[in-house]
Design a protein around this ligand. Structure first.
Ligand code: FUC
Length: 831
């Protein structure tokens, strides 16, 4: 009785609070145009999703769900990050070594087509090409009555990580609320109406995987399923989905056909999903026990308690960064209409929403302890999704994590770091058996089982340099955080990647340079006579990746005061790597030989790694190289697949051309037609099909347009487009542990707040002269070790028919000494 009384009091208090918050919101709404509140952080629509790309994603790193919002037959498609096909395995090719030697010899003799043929015949995938990430199934909720409703509305509120559906039927207003609880790890759905007794429906579970539905006790609906057998691997993932309802009044009956709710005032659905996955080599957990434990713990709490905890948890990430771009009436339209109109109007705020959506997606798909975000984050509606919805490491996986440091979500890279650690174990025998080296390596794909062999045939898959790219993320995390404990833990992994190259690099006969061979410039081909060939030695990207890795390991060893002799030996190897070369079209050469074509629009722009995400090309110290990169990017063109355009946003930001970066944002946020990239109505990036890297890459690109910290200073507003002339951003991070808040008007910074977590000199770069009384003019040597550019070898410049005109970029640089933990507020910045 007492419990019921308190429950009622609580409901009353909650209702009062809700009412006063509605009142407060209404007051707020009166003050500002309603568009501001409707559009700013909501994706919203006035009709249900017709297909998966219109459904709305919610997730907590472990469970993912796509909410369709159908009136009569609601579908919530379910994912869990460890439901994959197959089981523990690796794909090491124990016969590869002699063929690798033969391919090397052919490449050294410039017999490219023969090298390609041999590689294609002898160095393909062994065993399998990786296992697919799979859906768990669907939660259906069937409602009686007509589909023809009025006032239909659905949204995804990315400021709170909640979704809602509302409509009116026969004079009754219905509401559904959805979220995937952070912390409690359950999917929650609450069904309410504004009249009592109106909630009647049937809840069902279904899956296209091998599965069965049963009942646990009296109240819990159970779906037991299994990951698929795939390419010779037996499906070893077992999973359990549990669903239980808490209803207020009315009745609720559970049998194998589902849960039948009749005449309730409110019904709350609790759903847990768990698997037997422990780690890449262990699937011994009990999925039923785990799912029961999760459900039991969550079921003790009411919806309001869980949603409040959820929102608090989520906002502890989301609220760290704010971006404010101009908002106008364009933002009052449903999101699908905004996407259609974006090319031709000035809906500047849609870029802000898209930026924050990328952060929302990362928080929702990658949490400490979860799997890293895969090609589709955590959301895949298929038994075998595109490219198996696994990890492609020649750009896509890395791009997923580009926003994590700069947009202040560093903890979300934890699953990536765990995966790197796993790969340094599974990739050690691969290095030894396939290449005869120390250290660890993998090729261009992996999956939950952390496979490291060649995938997809040599033309795409003979790329051994992912270990260097992944290691870059370790070093970058240190640059932003200064976290020596982390660096100490991961230094052996970076070192292991470097050891692989010490043993694997080959002396190229023409110049005596040390090159990666065999390899490819990811998935791209050059023309050798009549042949299209991808297999190569000394691709520019590989040279840059190995240069970057060696430099990072040398610096890490110095930071940790270890391995001096090893670091010196790395410096000696590094000096023998090929320099970058500027080719006959005034472009940065993609290959060792000048094969580049000006009409080549391939989606991969691998040789531009040195500009972004690397830091090997600077307009201030390498103007010719900088101009050559620009030429390469102009030749490559703008429109391409989604992730390719997202990469180009970052590249144009690093080329300090905000208007061109903005043009690419416009190219990316447009409806999907044909084969080029675009944006689906749910703001998911289209390769096509959906691939989440483009979302993350664009978020990172927008941050790069506002702040860069890789080139000797923290450069504020390095690539601000004309359309964003006024705005503010807070919480963006710079290397060296600086958090930056800034406000700008008419392209000029008018307020700057710098929080220094590590202390040290804060060197700032501006496009304009600033008030010298507030900032000291930089005095030459950069005293902060965290944002040095790399000392490159002088590039080779070929005689060129076309002009390379390095433009003179004028900036103003200032120094500000800082103390750890202090905040510096700088106003009246302009004289
Ligand atoms: C790489 C790209 C493709 C696609 C795939 C998942 O292979 O070349 O465009 O993104 O990954």
């Amino acid at each position: 009785m007492k419990g019921v009384f308190y429950k009622k009091v609580n409901i009353f208090v909650a209702a009062l609070l809700m009412f006063s918050s509605i009142q407060a919101q209404q007051k707020h709404a009166e003050r500002k145009p309603t568009v501001t509140n409707q559009g700013r952080y909501k994706l919203w629509y006035n009709k249900p999703a017709k297909n998966w790309n219109e459904a709305l994603p919610i997730g907590n790193g472990f469970i993912g769900a796509m909410v369709f919002g159908n009136v009569q037959n609601e579908r919530i498609q379910l994912n869990e990050s460890t439901i994959w096909g197959g089981g523990p395995n690796n794909t090491i090719d124990s016969n590869a070594r002699p063929y690798i030697s033969q391919v090397r010899a052919l490449l050294a003799g410039k017999k490219y087509a023969e090298a390609q043929e041999l590689a294609n015949n002898k160095l393909g995938p062994k065993g399998n090409s990786g296992m697919p990430y799979q859906l768990a199934g669907n939660l259906y909720i069937k409602f009686p009555g007509a589909d023809s409703v009025t006032n239909y509305y659905r949204d995804l509120d990315i400021a709170n990580a909640t979704a809602v559906v509302k409509y009116t039927l026969n004079g009754v207003n219905y509401k559904r609320e959805y979220f995937t609880a952070f912390g409690n790890n359950v999917l929650m759905v609450r069904l309410t109406a504004n009249k009592p007794g109106m909630i009647s429906c049937k809840v069902k579970l279904q899956s296209p995987l091998k599965s069965s539905v049963g009942v646990n006790g009296k109240e819990t609906l159970v779906l037991s399923g299994q990951g698929s057998d795939h390419e010779g691997q037996k499906g070893q993932i077992k999973y359990t989905v549990l669903t239980r309802v808490k209803n207020f009044r009315g009745t609720c009956v559970t049998d194998t056909s589902g849960i039948t709710i009749a005449n309730a005032d409110t019904a709350v659905i609790y759903l847990s999903i768990a698997t037997n996955f422990v780690n890449y080599r262990d699937v011994s957990a009990n999925s039923m026990n785990r799912a029961e434990d999760i459900l039991h713990k969550a079921y003790r709490y009411d919806f309001n308690v869980l949603i409040n905890n959820h929102i608090r948890f989520y906002r502890s990430y989301f609220d760290r960064v704010k971006l404010n771009l101009h908002i106008d009436s364009s933002a009052s339209h449903p999101t699908d209409i905004r996407i259609k109109n974006f090319a031709n109007n000035n809906d500047t705020q849609l870029a802000e929403l898209y930026f924050q959506y990328g952060r929302y997606l990362l928080i929702s798909s990658s949490q400490p302890g979860s799997q890293p975000a895969n090609l589709q984050g955590i959301w895949n509606g298929e038994v075998k999704g595109p490219w198996d919805s696994k990890y492609t490491i020649n750009i896509n996986t890395e791009m997923n994590y580009w926003p994590s440091e700069v947009t202040q979500l560093p903890e979300l890279s934890t699953p990536l770091f765990q995966m790197i650690k796993d790969l340094s174990v599974t990739g050690a025998p691969t290095a030894k058996i396939m290449y005869g080296t120390r250290g660890w390596m993998l090729h261009h794909n992996t999956d939950i089982w952390r496979i490291t062999g060649i995938v997809d045939g040599a033309f795409w898959g003979l790329w051994p340099t992912s270990n260097a790219w992944l290691s870059q993320h370790i070093w970058e995390h240190y640059l932003y955080s200064g976290d020596k404990t982390f660096l100490k833990e991961y230094y052996p992994i970076m070192k292991g990647a470097a050891e692989y190259y010490i043993d694997a690099l080959q002396k190229e006969p023409e110049h005596g340079w040390l090159v990666v061979s065999p390899s490819i410039s990811p998935e791209h081909e050059y023309i050798d006579g009549k042949n299209q060939v991808s297999v190569t030695a000394g691709a520019t990207m590989d040279n840059q990746l190995v240069f970057g890795l060696f430099t990072d390991v040398i610096r890490a060893a110095a930071e940790l005061h270890v391995d001096k002799v090893f670091a010196d030996s790395l410096a000696a190897y590094r000096s023998q790597l090929p320099p970058m070369q500027i080719g006959k079209h005034g472009q940065l050469q993609e290959w060792l030989e000048d094969f580049d074509r000006t009409d080549d629009h391939h989606r991969h722009v691998s040789h531009l790694y040195g500009l972004f995400p690397g830091n090997q090309i600077s307009p201030f110290t390498q103007p010719q190289l900088f101009a050559a990169v620009k030429n390469s990017l102009i030749y490559r063109g703008d429109v391409s697949t989604g992730w390719s355009m997202a990469w180009k946003i970052n590249l144009w930001a690093r080329l300090l051309d905000g208007n061109h970066a903005h043009k690419l944002i416009k190219d990316q946020i447009k409806p999907v037609t044909g084969n080029s990239g675009g944006t689906y109505p749910n703001l998911f990036d289209a390769h096509p099909p959906f691939q989440i890297d483009g979302n993350f890459g664009c978020t990172s690109g927008i941050a790069e347009m506002l702040l860069q910290s890789h080139d000797g200073a923290i450069y504020l507003l390095p690539a601000l487009p004309d359309d964003w002339k006024d705005g503010s951003a807070s919480g963006l991070m710079a290397r060296g542990g600086f958090k930056i808040d800034m406000k700008w008007a008419n392209h000029k910074i008018i307020k700057l707040v710098i929080h220094s977590s590590l202390g040290g000199n804060c060197r700032l770069r501006f496009n304009q002269q600033m008030n010298n009384k507030l900032l000291a003019v930089a005095n030459g040597s950069n005293k902060n070790r965290f944002y040095q550019v790399m000392d490159l070898k002088t590039p080779i410049v070929k005689p060129s028919n076309e002009s390379i005109t390095p433009s003179l970029i004028k900036t103003w640089v200032y120094d500000m000494p800082t103390t750890p933990g202090k905040t510096y507020v700088i106003e009246k910045l302009i004289n």
